[in-house]
Design a protein around this ligand. Structure first.
Ligand code: NAP
Length: 247
């Protein structure tokens, strides 16, 4: 899996799956653009780790909810690394609640970050990618909740389901330009996002995972690396990384 000479933007690189993805892509030779929104310290720590192992990385703050910040992120990445080849739309949040109690702010925050954020970053990267005329890889991090739904996550499932439909449409739109667009749908992965869940919810989830363990960020990063470095005949797909939770 060789990504030498390629540049990858990873949104939400300061979090669990983003961090593992950054390390994995940098390990395969990619120059990585580490986007964060608030946790600069975590992003800088990953940058140091990559630089110390001979890789290439830079951190850039941007809120994916704001299109103009996404444009600046892409422009900064190209100014710094001279090109862009891979976009990993990984930034995401949860605001779980039963619908009867779900405030409008909880609905909008999740749709804005998890769905509109993917649109913003794709929209910002698409012109430079097309201009380069050397193809590209877009990988959107969805969720099994976006395929099967989940009680208490109507906002999150709606956003992730939207990401999946968006992924398939974009794959059709960009296929002729050798740009593949795929989604990865993690199940229950041990990160800060799932740390917040109660022991009871974790116990119930574990009962439905045939592999008998929660996933690690590296389990997801491995599939992202495959899609990022594949020869390019996989597009418009949704790959679940869930230990069979959704089966
Ligand atoms: P995490 O550890 O909480 O990390 C979330 C990341 O998203 C952080 O880097 C955070 O940046 C970033 N982020 C949040 N809002 C942002 C914004 N407006 N602009 C830019 N960045 C923003 O979560 P994770 O578990 O690694 O999740 C990564 C992705 O996987 C998400 O899309 C999530 O929905 C998806 N996923 C996770 C699981 C799971 O079980 N963990 C399952 C299915 C899908 P700052 O910290 O700098 O604010």
């Amino acid at each position: 899996m060789d990504l030498n000479g390629k540049t990858a933007i990873i949104t939400g690189a300061s979090g669990g799956i983003g961090r593992a993805t950054a390390l994995s892509l940098a390990g395969a030779g990619a120059s990585v653009v580490l986007n964060y929104s608030s946790n600069r310290e975590a992003a800088e720590e990953i940058k140091e780790k990559i630089l110390n192992s001979g890789g290439s990385a830079e951190t850039f703050k941007a809120d994916v909810v704001d299109y103009s910040q996404c444009e600046i992120l892409v422009k900064s990445a190209i100014d710094h690394f001279k090109r862009i080849d891979i976009l990993i739309n990984n930034a995401g949040i949860t605001r779980d609640n039963l619908l009867a109690r779900m405030k409008a702010e909880e609905w909008h925050a999740v749709i804005d970050t998890n769905l509109n954020g993917v649109y913003n970053c794709c929209r910002a990267v698409i012109k430079p990618l097309l201009k380069q005329k050397s193809g590209g890889r877009i990988i959107n991090i969805a969720s099994v909740a976006g395929i099967y739904g989940n009680s208490g996550q109507a906002n999150y499932a709606a956003a992730k389901g939207g990401v999946i439909a968006f992924t398939r449409s974009l794959a059709k739109e960009l296929g002729s330009r050798d740009i593949t667009v795929n989604a990865v749908a993690p199940g229950f992965i041990e990160t800060e996002m799932t740390d917040q869940l109660s022991d009871q919810v974790k116990k119930q989830a574990l009962e439905h995972i045939a592999l008998g363990r929660f996933g690690k960020p590296e389990d997801v990063a491995e599939v992202i690396l495959f899609l990022a470095s594949s020869s390019g005949y996989v597009s418009g797909q949704v790959i679940a990384v869930d230990g069979s939770l959704s089966m």
